[in-house]
Design a protein around this ligand. Structure first.
Ligand code: ZN
Length: 458
């Protein structure tokens, strides 16, 4: 039964005793070169099945080229920076958020990160050795070395010179616990999207100048309602004004199904979306605006597949919302702080609470004021932070981007020249990902990482 492990161990012993790996490299020193830099695993985590599988593949490819007579340069490395280490240290030091870290001292915090980084290295070399992966750990590179950081800076400079990096204020997927934006790549990590049950609400926005008349709006994120500054309609869709229990509601004709379940209604008037554009309404939570808001605007992303055909717009908390806000010159309101809590002092129900918790307070408040028509449970995929499991928010933030969309065509073209195993990945998952590639958010608003080499003039 244990025959194979016994043989393996015997071979490993022989390799070690005779220093076979070093000899195999030395033997081919004058042969054509084949270089390989390993994408580094996190030095602070233990190796798992995924690493072992990938290690076996990498090792096989390199041995193949060695047997073909190439001089192989293999270099493994350690990923030492980033949130995995920060999260670990935060837990060990009992720090709950960024404020705690700053109180503790950024220098001291980074020192603790630096000291902890390499604690798993022995487990790695043991595992690598046992699975017979050839590598020279004494030569390993580490992402915290200045030499490595300078190479990242060099890359950044190349991008800068080619005008491929820029800073932008944008609504980005954001983790309120880690206090940093996430890239779209991170959002595509397995497990980032989880099916959750949320409470969606149908809300009534009172129209100005028309008694008892309401714009009928649906949302899955009540906490964004205080930041509402517009309501969007599809200009070419059919809308109706209906009488329902002595009140008048405006919604898309195709969405009357929402009312059907609740009782009798009578159509009073039929309208086009463009007839509604420009109408003004009373906000649910009035705020001081620096531009004209609280009005109906046209948008091409409105759909009548779900909801009511009238879309609540909070330019600060949605990508499409912000784009529409720029186009229609709408004001934006920041009603949530960087920890994902409702800002105090704006008279928003649930102030000081995490947004998902404040949802309940807002619903209770709207119900009391007879502005909540009904609630409905929906199941939908919601993104979570892959590092700390917090629900992500879409949040306006300054971030640095690589302009991937500027060279997307070349990426797609070059992918055609690559031999993929298995072949379906080429046009499938990877090809589709390239086609949909967007500008890459590369900055993290954190402490333990490569600093971005940008200095701003006064
Ligand atoms: Zn997080």
């Amino acid at each position: 039964m244990d025959l194979i492990p016994r043989i393996e161990k015997k071979i490993l012993k022989f390799w070690q005793k005779e220093d076979i790996f070093a000899k195999s490299v030395k033997l081919r020193q004058k042969k054509p070169f084949f270089g390989f830099y390993d994408g580094p695993p996190f030095a602070s985590g233990l190796p798992h099945y995924g690493h072992i599988l990938a290690s076996a593949i990498k090792d096989t490819v390199l041995r193949y080229w060695a047997m073909k007579g190439r001089h192989i340069f293999w270099r493994v490395g350690w990923d030492c920076h980033g949130l995995p280490v920060e999260n670990m240290i935060e837990q060990e030091l009992g720090l709950k958020n960024k404020k705690d870290i700053e109180k503790f001292g950024i220098k001291e915090f980074n020192q603790a990160c630096r000291q902890s980084v390499f604690r798993c290295i022995n487990d790695w070399s043991k595992t690598f050795n046992r699975i017979a992966r050839w590598s020279d750990f004494s030569q390993a590179y580490a992402t915290l070395d200045n030499e490595y950081i300078e190479s990242v800076w060099w890359v950044f400079k190349q991008l800068w010179d080619q005008k491929l990096v820029y800073q932008d204020h944008r609504v980005t997927p954001y983790c309120p616990r880690c206090g940093t934006p996430l890239s779209n790549f991170e959002l595509n990590q397995p497990g980032a999207y989880q099916d959750v049950e949320d409470e969606s609400v149908y809300i009534k926005f009172p129209l100005k100048g028309q008694k008892n008349t309401y714009l009928f709006v649906w949302t899955t994120t009540p906490w964004t309602l205080a930041a509402n500054t517009a309501i969007a309609v599809g200009p070419d869709f059919e809308y109706v004004k209906v009488k329902f229990n002595n009140e008048y509601y405006i919604l898309a004709k195709e969405r009357l199904v929402v009312l059907e379940k609740e009782g009798q209604y009578e159509i009073i008037q039929e309208l086009k979306g463009k007839d509604l554009v420009g109408l003004e309404y009373q906000p649910l939570y009035p705020m001081k605006l620096d531009k004209q808001g609280y009005r109906v605007v046209p948008a091409d992303f409105v759909s009548v597949e779900e909801g009511t055909g009238l879309v609540h717009i909070a330019p600060t908390f949605g990508e499409e919302d912000m784009a529409l806000g720029k186009k229609e010159n709408l004001p934006g309101l920041v009603t949530v702080d960087e920890e994902g809590k409702i800002v105090r002092g704006l008279k928003i129900p649930g102030e000081g609470k995490f947004v998902k918790k404040a949802d309940r307070d807002i619903k209770i408040n709207l119900k009391k004021r007879h502005l909540l028509f009904k609630e409905e449970k929906i199941k939908h995929a919601y993104p979570f932070c892959w590092r700390c499991e917090s629900p992500l928010l879409y949040y306006p933030i300054n971030s640095w981007y690589v302009a991937v969309t500027k060279f997307k065509k070349e990426l797609v073209e070059n992918n055609k020249k690559i031999m993929w195993v298995p072949g379906h990945l080429k046009q499938g998952r990877f090809g589709k990902w390239l086609e949909g590639a967007r500008d890459w958010s590369i900055s993290r608003n954190r402490y333990w990482g490569t600093p971005i080499p940008v200095w701003r003039c006064q």
